[in-house]
Design a protein around this ligand. Structure first.
Ligand SMILES: Cc1cc2nc3c(=O)[nH]c(=O)nc-3n(C[C@H](O)[C@H](O)[C@H](O)COP(=O)(O)O)c2cc1C
Length: 209
């Protein structure tokens, strides 16, 4: 499907067909689209939990203001940001980069120090806000990939992050539930699919200078 056809085809699905599941091979493609997402410095300071378990989805639905997408959709993606940006995370990134680029960590030491310096004066809140932003890029990759594959999705902020953190044991892992998305197939009964796309005109968004 052409890119813009996919973007017009997709919509924030309200009613999923609970019987239709996304195949493992398509989930693998969605994971790869998320993994390839560009991030600031390339640090990828997020984790994505992919939840299929009906019992767990039931609990999370309660923590999502009862939104039915959580239980009806095939899979629930929970994008979690790291609460901090510590030197260990930067060192791990430098090691990975060195290995994949066939360099030594010493070759990249200057770059690692440059990144560390950038975070030295940031508060915990600023670091968490920084990592949260990266999860939205990953969310965007997921939505675009879903549109390409004709898989339906609903991006969602309508959930209680504290409850998610508690149910999924995220805080003790230094993580926070930032944003979520349900993925599956639309129900024919979902009238939202027939709604007009509401978007500002191009002229009110763009200015070419
Ligand atoms: C970050 C984000 C959070 C959203 N949260 C919810 C939500 O909790 N529940 C919901 O039904 N839709 C949610 N939406 C869907 C938006 O309302 C929807 O994307 C927007 O109105 C544009 O419509 P469209 O996606 O159908 O084209 C969210 C969308 C985004 C991008």
């Amino acid at each position: 499907m052409k890119l813009l056809e996919g973007f017009n085809w997709r919509y924030a699905t309200k009613l999923f067909d609970p019987e239709k599941k996304v195949s493992d091979s398509e989930i693998s493609i969605l994971k790869e689209a998320i993994r390839l997402t560009p991030t600031s410095y390339g640090l990828q300071l997020f984790k994505v939990l992919i939840i299929k378990d009906p019992g767990l989805k039931n609990k999370l639905k309660e923590a999502s203001y009862g939104q039915k997408q959580i239980t009806d959709a095939s899979h629930l993606f929970v994008f979690c940001n790291y609460l901090s940006v510590d030197n260990q995370a930067i060192d791990e990134y430098i090691s990975l980069k060195a290995r994949l680029e066939q360099k030594t960590p010493d070759d990249l030491k200057g770059y690692g120090n440059f990144i560390k310096q950038d975070f030295i004066n940031r508060t915990d809140g600023q670091k968490s806000s920084y990592t949260t932003k990266q999860t939205y890029l990953a969310l965007s990759s997921l939505l675009s990939a879903c549109a390409e594959l004709k898989i339906d999705a609903c991006p969602m902020e309508g959930f209680d992050p504290d409850k998610y953190n508690q149910i999924l044991g995220l805080s003790e892992r230094g993580l926070n539930a930032a944003v979520i998305a349900t993925v599956g197939y639309r129900s024919p009964a979902d009238l939202t699919q027939f709604a007009t796309k509401v978007r500002k005109p191009e002229s009110s968004i763009f200015e070419t200078i």
